[in-house]
Design a protein around this ligand. Structure first.
Ligand SMILES: NC(=O)c1ccc[n+]([C@@H]2O[C@H](COP(=O)([O-])OP(=O)(O)OC[C@H]3O[C@@H](n4cnc5c(N)ncnc54)[C@H](OP(=O)(O)O)[C@@H]3O)[C@@H](O)[C@H]2O)c1
Length: 311
């Protein structure tokens, strides 16, 4: 029996991992959350929390999904972002080393500058915003820690996540997005789009290309990769613009496409964004035999989950 500790268990990716790991034979999944609501309390800014959870649980593997993921917030709250996104993983890695545990660190496509796209693991990172810088710092800390590690870079993760409050949307009657321990609903790109458009508001879409990653598929990929080590791009296999992705969401969830407008620039956002942070995922396929769902496959799964929740 392998014991897997999942940080950020109430977040979008963490909640999918918890659900799937709990159903998998030979795995015992223990989740942690920032406040202790819905899991053991492990605030990544608290060395005490990290070391006491690590020594009491004594995991074989830690999957660190916890992170400050709001890119614009990170730009304006740098000390907090660095503490959670870089210092926390460094301490977790040191604790893993002491226990002989392996660390799976979830990184991001935002470590790249976005000038070229279709980045491979051999390409040099060059983050254009503070969030990306903190995530890259975490990668370096994990690599240098001396513990066994797997670093995974997904991109624009979407899915339903945990059960949040009911949306006020007239057409969507299911919980949308994840709810933070503070009770604040945190939408992801797809749930934000569905909520915005179905409540009659216009959605302005960033001019950006990337590799959308369905959270359920990423969770499945991570659980398959538990025994692997190294650095891998684990994301959806398609390079697509956010605008085209939005149109596919509109098709699947029957949204008014007239309310979806491409923005000519991204200057309405606080932090800079990489223009094309799409990822080449062929190494994960070649080495690990892992290929995540395409946009259409991922949205189909999301629609299926939505229809099941409505019943
Ligand atoms: N979302 C994306 O598009 C995307 C793209 C590429 C990579 N990633 C990476 O993928 C991972 C998972 O992302 P996600 O979409 O699942 O994010 P998410 O839904 O925002 O979940 C992140 C979790 O981290 C927790 N957290 C925040 N501050 C914490 C702290 N101080 N101590 C402990 N936990 C804390 C949050 O808890 P609270 O709710 O209580 O604050 C939340 O449950 C992250 O590492 C992220 O950087 C995400």
């Amino acid at each position: 029996m392998k014991r897997v500790l999942v940080t950020g268990a109430g977040g979008l990716l963490g909640s999918y991992i918890m659900r799937q790991a709990s159903a998998q034979k030979g795995l015992e999944a223990v989740g942690t959350t920032r406040t202790g609501q819905g899991g053991l309390k492990m605030d990544l800014t608290s060395n005490g929390d990290i070391s006491s959870v690590m020594s009491s649980v004594s995991p074989d593997i830690v999957i660190n999904t916890a992170s400050l993921t709001n890119v614009d917030y990170c730009e304006g709250h740098r000390r907090e972002a660095l503490a959670i996104n870089a210092e926390g993983p460094r301490i977790i890695a040191d604790e893993c080393k002491k226990l002989g545990a392996k660390l799976i660190q979830i990184s991001t496509d935002y470590v790249f500058d976005g000038k070229r796209g279709m980045y491979t693991e051999a390409d040099s990172p060059g983050p254009v915003n503070y969030y990306g810088k903190t995530k890259l710092e975490a990668e370096k800390a994990v690599e240098q820690s001396g513990t066994g590690y797997l670093i995974v870079r997904p991109a624009i993760i979407y899915g339903w996540g945990t059960t949040g409050p009911l949306t006020t949307s007239p057409t969507i009657t299911s919980p949308v997005g994840t709810t933070s321990a503070a009770g604040v609903r945190r939408p992801n790109y797809v749930t934000w789009l569905i909520e915005t458009v179905s409540s009659g508001q216009k959605a302005r879409i960033f001019d950006q290309y990337n590799s959308p990653t369905f959270a359920g598929s990423l969770a499945e990929g991570l659980l398959k990769a538990l025994g692997s080590e190294g650095l891998y791009h684990l994301a959806g296999p398609e390079r697509i613009s956010r605008y085209d992705f939005a149109l596919r969401v509109a098709d699947k969830f029957n949204l008014a496409k007239g309310l979806i407008a491409p923005a000519r620039d991204n200057t309405f956002a606080k932090a800079a964004r990489p223009h094309d942070s799409s990822l080449d995922v062929s190494k994960a396929w070649k080495d690990l035999g892992i290929r995540l769902l395409t946009v259409d496959e991922g949205l189909k799964m999301m629609k299926k989950e939505f229809d099941e929740r409505k019943k």
